[in-house]
Design a protein around this ligand. Structure first.
Ligand SMILES: Cc1cc2nc3c(=O)[nH]c(=O)nc-3n(C[C@H](O)[C@H](O)[C@H](O)COP(=O)(O)OP(=O)(O)OC[C@H]3O[C@@H](n4cnc5c(N)ncnc54)[C@H](O)[C@@H]3O)c2cc1C
Length: 425
């Protein structure tokens, strides 16, 4: 069994396969990073980057909800409602995995042939496996057209190791995007001494904050045959009753995939056009201590939010001259903080590009992620190629955060063994 990608999705998949039948499965990871379990989200070394999910919801074991919190107590004061450092979660996943074979390379190609998969690695070697789980995460952010990174002062991928240390201190920095990625980058820049940061997006909406205590449970009965219009009308009523969008979005979480699955592609596209950004700001919220720090930076004028996006930009020796909706400013650097993209048409992952080019996989509905069956199997691959993680978004709207990824990983052993009784690499 080969797992491509050693971030949270890959490691949770391996854990559930190993826990289900340790004697029958041999797991081989192919992952260019030196450590397994961290990926992009948990690979940060910035202690200010906190989990945006409460510790009590992050157990790797669905049958033991307190598992992560108990583990974390060995390292820090933690309780189920805590928002802990993200790197701690990477340590947790890594500690659960134990020794496994780890090939440090990129997978360049994966070709299903006769019930097996031939894998081509970046180090020039090949592997063959009868089951391959793809867990490559989303793609790094793309510059919104027509912006293009002309030189090193345009930082296209803020998660590239060392990317932010290239930003010259003492000069204003522009963040393109105002979501959780911009929040992360603003915190890291602040810790590095930057005090003139502007973040811009079309609407200039920052993510909302989690409440200190979880919302009391709401009993929701969403429409059974939703259209974009009926769902929006229902959501507005629910919001009026609950008094808070965050409470409605939270309570909808167990229903979201069913609602999404019950809509036609046209209705899904319509819904996204109307609510995508607003949904994101209430669904992917800041931990309260992070929100406090962002508020403090804004009050001191160290971070400002500029709605309206970028009108024009010109780069010369002195800096990047940007026209925003309400001001013109010269920046020392512009950082793409638009966040990961699940639109595979723009994927910069060479493996995904090659699989699409060779028609081994196809885009999911609305080009969100890849097309899979309900269990995550990629169609027409003789049940040999499987997908776990954010690239299942076309079919499962909720597929980004750990609680949902864990559910996919936990279902994997059963799905794989329905297809075949023994698995080996
Ligand atoms: C900055 C950030 C913060 C987040 N914070 C939270 C949070 O607090 N709580 C939460 O629940 N969710 C959070 N998320 C959501 C996140 O999607 C999931 O929690 C989870 O980390 C996704 O893991 P992944 O393994 O699918 O992807 P990734 O973390 O992106 O890992 C994918 C791995 O695959 C490897 N890879 C990619 N292509 C190849 C290839 N061709 N060959 C070999 N290896 C390859 C990469 O090197 C990488 O290590 C966050 C996401 C981001 C980006």
């Amino acid at each position: 069994m080969v797992i491509v990608g050693g971030g949270a999705s890959g490691v949770l998949s391996a854990l559930h396969l190993l826990w289900a039948t340790p004697e029958r499965v041999r797991v081989v990871f192919i992952e260019p990073r030196g450590e397994l379990g961290y990926g992009i989200a948990y690979g940060t070394s910035d202690p200010g980057h906190l989990l945006n999910v409460r510790a009590g919801c992050l157990s790797a074991r669905p049958d033991q909800p307190g598992h992560f919190t108990q583990w974390a107590r060995q390292h820090t004061a933690a309780h189920g409602e805590s928002f802990l450092p993200r790197s701690l979660y990477g340590n947790y996943l890594r500690s659960l995995l134990g020794p496994v074979e780890h090939i440090r390379a990129h997978v360049r190609h994966a070709i299903p042939v006769g019930g097996r998969v031939q894998i081509v690695l970046s180090n020039g070697t090949h592997r063959s496996a009868d089951r391959v789980v793809l867990a490559p995460g989303s793609s790094p952010p793309q510059w919104p057209a027509p912006l293009r990174g002309a030189d090193r002062r345009w930082i296209g991928d803020p998660w590239r190791p060392g990317a932010l240390s290239e930003v010259t201190p003492g000069k204003p920095v522009l963040l393109v995007g105002t979501g959780l990625t911009a929040v992360d980058v603003a915190l890291s820049l602040h810790a590095a001494g930057h005090r003139q940061v502007v973040a811009t997006s079309r609407r200039g909406l920052l993510p909302s904050s989690h409440p200190e205590q979880p919302h009391p449970p709401l009993r929701l009965v969403p429409p059974r045959h939703p259209t974009a219009r009926s769902l929006l009308a229902w959501a507005r009523e629910a919001r009026a009753e609950a008094g808070d969008w965050g409470a409605v979005v939270e309570a909808l979480r167990p229903h979201t995939d069913n609602l999404w699955g019950a809509m036609t592609t046209t209705e899904r596209a319509r819904l996204l056009r109307h609510i995508h950004r607003r949904w994101e700001i209430h669904r992917h919220r800041m931990a309260p201590p992070v929100a406090d720090r962002i508020d403090a930076m804004r009050e001191l004028g160290e971070l400002s939010i500029a709605p309206g996006g970028i009108r024009s930009a010109k780069t010369d020796r002195r800096g990047i001259h940007v026209e925003l909706a309400d001001r013109r400013l010269r920046f020392g650097a512009v950082i793409n903080c638009t966040g990961p993209t699940a639109d595979v048409r723009h994927s910069t992952n060479p493996l995904i590009q090659r699989l699409l080019d060779h028609r081994i996989v196809r885009p999911g509905p609305l080009a969100l992620g890849l097309d899979t069956d309900a269990d995550g199997c990629l169609p027409d691959t003789d049940s040999a190629l499987w997908l776990v993680g954010p690239l299942r978004r076309g079919h499962r709207w909720e597929t980004t955060a750990i609680p949902e990824i864990r559910t996919q990983a936990a279902a994997l052993p059963h799905s794989l063994w329905q297809q075949r009784s023994t698995i080996g690499a």
